[in-house]
Design a protein around this ligand. Structure first.
Ligand code: SF4
Ligand code: FES
Length: 233
């Protein structure tokens, strides 16, 4: 068995496998670091920046930073929590997130983080962009108004021969999620459900199943985000 790496988070002694990133290692030690774009097992994208921690005085994304021996990590500080809250607020104002009418309400990681950070009125002005949904795929509905550009779908949903079913098109502020209509037409129910599940918000929805589980009984309705982190090392 490989030697464990010893490090600390907010002074707490923790252990990691060699090569493990700070975010996964923290979770294995029972420490929650908020994240949105990261999915364990996928190559980290480092795109949402919610998982920012402080290491040796520098802000680093926990999902893209490998743990090193003796590393001292700051996680639960007022400065970092406010930075994360600001990112959540930015995501809310740059899209159109009307939680009460969203099929993913109660299962949405962005909404759950807004609750966690006790977001009330965002400090930034709403942009109310015009974005067209795409309901062409037989089993999926793409609601671009809610997309937070985490690329979780792009990185994880592929055909058996490795082709991407999702991709980004356009550039910069205009970037938007696109589904390959030919490939989407061949998706099985399981593949379509997997795509809907990997999306942290209500941007990829499995058609005809939006309200099968009533709001109020869903994942983050029952337990706050981060409350399921358990120490495993
Ligand atoms: S559709 Fe969902 S999973 Fe894909 S980039 Fe947008 S928010 Fe992320
Ligand atoms: S979870 Fe680390 S940058 Fe998104």
């Amino acid at each position: 068995m490989s030697e464990k790496i010893k490090f600390t988070i907010d002074g707490k002694e923790c252990y990691a496998e060699p090569g493990q990133n700070v975010l996964d290692a923290a979770a294995d030690n029972g420490v929650y670091i908020p994240s949105l774009c990261h999915v364990r097992g996928l190559i980290p994208a480092g795109s949402c920046r919610i998982c920012n921690v402080k290491i040796a005085g520098r802000n680093m994304t926990a999902c893209t930073t490998p743990v090193e021996e003796g590393m001292e990590i700051e996680n639960d500080t007022a400065e970092l929590q406010d930075m994360r809250k600001a990112i959540v607020e930015m995501l809310f104002v740059e899209g159109n997130h009307f939680c009460p009418a969203c099929e993913k309400s109660g299962n949405c990681e962005l909404q759950a983080l807004a609750y966690r950070f006790q977001m009330m009125v965002p400090r930034f002005p709403y942009e109310f962009p015009l974005r067209k949904p795409d309901s062409t795929a037989p089993k999926l509905w793409i609601e671009r108004n809610r997309c937070i550009k985490c690329k979780r779908c792009v990185r994880s949903i592929k055909t058996a021969d490795g082709k991407n079913i999702f991709a980004f098109r356009k550039r910069g502020h205009e970037v938007e999620i696109q589904i390959d209509h030919e490939l989407a037409a061949q998706m099985t129910d399981e593949e379509a459900k997997k795509a809907a599940d990997i999306c942290p918000v209500g941007s990829i929805l499995y058609k005809e199943k939006g309200f099968s589980e009533p709001i109020g009984t869903r994942k983050f309705d029952k337990n706050a985000i981060g409350s399921d982190i358990e120490k495993v090392v």
